[in-house]
Design a protein around this ligand. Structure first.
Ligand SMILES: C[S@@+](CC[C@H](N)C(=O)[O-])C[C@H]1O[C@@H](n2cnc3c(N)ncnc32)[C@H](O)[C@@H]1O
Length: 274
């Protein structure tokens, strides 16, 4: 089954504009795990469900070749438009049918997309294309993003929590009780002996408040509310914007805040054939 929620051109361009990517520190956790477990050179990385390519581009410095794959033509159009590294290319295909030969890939990454896949078919496919001692990195971040600014952090926290709770009530049924439980369960059942689970890894960055507001609107739960009831979605985001500005005692959404995003991830190494 594929859940096709990321097809609209407007949604894809807001993705490109607002979505976050893992920090250098988080990427270095993935690369350190890979280097510790493999002896082959970093030739090919495949970023599955790459969206508009924000995570894919980070891999370009570390691999001879990087391929981003996605099922959505609109997302891939954005990825190609904003791609600059000559060693990155993009392919349109489902995560469950990847166009790579058996045992040909050093690293398979999935950033904020695994929960939309047919999980067991994707895991079989990742296992097929990974070289022995190749690695799988499946990352995600939560909607409960925290903001800090001046001395009003507690107020911002309450407003953000309220926004988060309302949006969570509109999340797609395919995600079930939430993605973290799915990722942890996947980690526990993955039959690779060498693996790591990290339930909480904070990525902090200074951004204009508008970036947080745009990011929240790019989440599927906001997009689902927008489809069901555009007035309610717009009222909600305006209300949250006004309350955040008022708590911060500023008038511009270009005011810089610290945005903290909580990632969780699993890393796993495919056993060698011997
Ligand atoms: C939330 S976005 C994540 C995009 C990007 N990886 C990031 O880090 O922001 C999820 C992406 O997964 C893609 N997707 C969902 N189901 C898919 C499937 N079965 N096969 C391939 N891509 C899929 C969507 O089209 C979308 O671009």
């Amino acid at each position: 089954m594929a859940v096709r929620l990321f097809e609209g051109k407007d949604h894809a361009s807001s993705y490109q504009k607002y979505r976050v990517s893992p920090s250098e520190e988080l990427l270095s956790r993935v690369l350190t795990f890979l280097r510790r477990n493999t002896d082959s050179p970093c030739q090919l990385a495949v970023d599955v469900g790459c969206g508009s390519g924000q995570g894919t581009t980070l891999l370009a410095l570390h691999f001879t070749q990087v391929v981003g794959t996605d099922i959505s033509p609109a997302q891939l159009e954005q990825a190609v438009k904003h791609s600059s590294a000559p060693n990155i290319s993009y392919r349109e295909c489902p995560a469950e049918e990847l166009p790579f030969e058996d045992a040909s890939v050093d690293l398979v990454t999935v950033m904020s997309a695994f929960h939309w896949f047919d999980h067991s078919r994707f895991l079989q496919e990742a296992d097929r294309i990974l070289r022995p001692k190749g690695c799988l990195a499946i990352l995600n971040y939560t909607v409960d993003i925290a903001l800090s600014y001046g001395d009003c952090n507690e107020e911002l926290k309450n407003i953000c929590n309220e926004y988060h709770d309302i949006l969570q009530s509109h999340r797609h049924a395919y995600i079930g009780p939430g993605s973290q439980a799915l990722y942890e369960q996947t980690y526990n059942s993955l039959p690779y002996p060498v693996k790591e689970w990290e339930p909480c890894f904070w990525v902090r960055q200074q951004v204009p408040l508008s970036r947080y507001l745009g990011l929240m609107k790019s989440f599927s739960c906001y997009q689902l509310l927008l489809q069901k009831n555009p007035e309610e979605a717009s009222r909600l985001s305006q209300n949250i914007t006004q309350r955040l500005l008022s708590a911060m005692k500023v008038t511009s959404t270009e005011t810089e805040v610290t945005m903290a995003v909580r990632y969780f991830y699993l890393l796993a190494c495919k056993p060698s054939a011997e």
